[in-house]
Design a binder for this molecule. Sequence first.
Ligand SMILES: [Cu+2]
Length: 73
Amino acid sequence: MAVQAPFRITVTVTGMSCDHCVGAVTEELRALSGVRSVDVTLGTGAVTITSDRELNGAEITGAVAEAGYALAD
Ligand SMILES: [Cu+2]
């Protein structure tokens, strides 16, 4: 049985200023296949994504952009 621990990555999203921003980013990231949870800390812009598969940078960047935000360098 191939049970794999969930993958977890933390990125920094710039420009979020309120709960609406958090909701938009969370919604887009949760739409990616395999994503289990998205945890956003508004004050720092830290976004931790837990998923069943390894996400690639382009899809994370794309989802964040879809919400109207960008990743910090
Ligand atoms: Cu906002």
